[in-house]
Design a binder for this molecule. Structure first.
Ligand SMILES: Nc1ncnc2c1ncn2[C@@H]1O[C@H](COP(=O)(O)OP(=O)(O)OP(=O)(O)O)[C@@H](O)[C@H]1O
Ligand SMILES: [Mg+2]
Length: 278
């Protein structure tokens, strides 16, 4: 099966059954900078895929292509096996892709309920249905076991970083996102807040939602991910179940784009494309 860690599998990429989102041969350049080169990646329902790589490896560029911020120069995106064009954030939203950037795009001056329904407010007799929105928001937070916020009517500006993440995640769940994409969700968080957010990520996956999370913190990655995807200089150099990796092999792939140590890696980790250097 293709569902093992592979290194330099760009020539032999096989679609994994049950993929919600598949990237095929995605390339993206900014002028002379080639940010993504022939990237193949499958994102599976109910699984957390961690996307790792050094600064400038292309991680944010990759998720922005999925989020409709910009379109790849080459390649194809499949959604449930069907080719799609994600031209705008609205296209992504309509497919069920919710993307959370580091600043989260929440409105500090609005309360939790207002943020969760922003742009999709419930109406009753042409007026805002505050009661129903409050009930739904409270229920969604409870379903996600988010218990640390004091009042759902407090402004988001008064929340901690972890609580803000929780509101953003609850918003995505409420809108029935099928894929939740998070860029560095724990980067600014303390130890217990990080644990809460990782917990939340696992709960999303256990509801069948596909999660793609960027992180520089390998401890977090190994705590939460079902699958790993490693970018190096725009190449997707390795992807597979997290159990195929350890910290050492992940660090090596992130920093050099290849594995020198082979005894513990599967035979599938075959020929390296090794064309990225120069
Ligand atoms: N809008 C842009 N215009 C020009 N170059 C860009 C743009 N966005 C990204 N790049 C370049 O593309 C490459 C990949 O950047 P990207 O932001 O995807 O990296 P990253 O893996 O997210 O890094 P980090 O871990 O630092 O966030 C870098 O060389 C970057 O300079
Ligand atoms: Mg980035």
């Amino acid at each position: 099966m293709s569902d093992t860690a592979t290194v330099g599998d760009t020539e032999t990429h096989q679609h994994i059954d049950g993929s919600l989102l598949s990237l095929h041969g995605i390339s993206k350049s900014f002028g002379a900078v080639q940010a993504l080169r022939d990237v193949n990646l499958d994102i599976l329902n109910g699984q957390v895929t961690a996307l790792v790589g050094d600064n400038g490896a292309g991680k944010s560029t990759l998720i922005k292509a999925i989020a409709g911020i910009w379109q790849p120069n080459e390649g194809e995106i499949l959604w449930n096996g069907t080719p799609v064009h994600i031209r705008t954030p609205r296209d992504a939203d309509e497919l069920g892709i919710a993307t959370m950037y580091q600043d989260l795009a929440l409105c500090d001056n609005l309360d939790i309920v207002q943020n969760m329904f922003l742009g999709h407010e419930l109406l009753k007799h042409r007026l805002l249905d505050e009661n129903q929105m409050e009930i739904t928001a409270r229920q969604t937070l409870a379903d996600l076991s988010v218990t640390t916020v004091q009042s759902i009517r407090q402004p988001v500006g008064s929340l901690s970083g972890g609580q803000r993440q929780a509101v953003a995640v609850a918003r995505a769940v409420m809108r029935e996102a099928k894929l939740v994409v998070m860029d560095e969700p724990t980067a600014a968080l303390g130890v217990s807040q990080t644990a809460q957010v990782l917990d939340l990520i696992k709960r999303l996956a256990s509801r069948g939602i596909a999660v793609l999370v960027i992180s520089h913190n390998l401890t977090d990655v190994f705590a939460v991910a079902d699958r790993l995807a490693v970018l190096n200089l725009g190449h997707l150099v390795s992807t597979g179940p997290i159990s195929d990796y350890d910290t050492q092999s992940a660090v090596e792939l992130i920093t050099t784009g290849r594995l020198t140590r082979t005894e513990s890696s599967p035979p599938a980790a075959g020929n390296d494309t090794a064309d990225g250097g120069g």
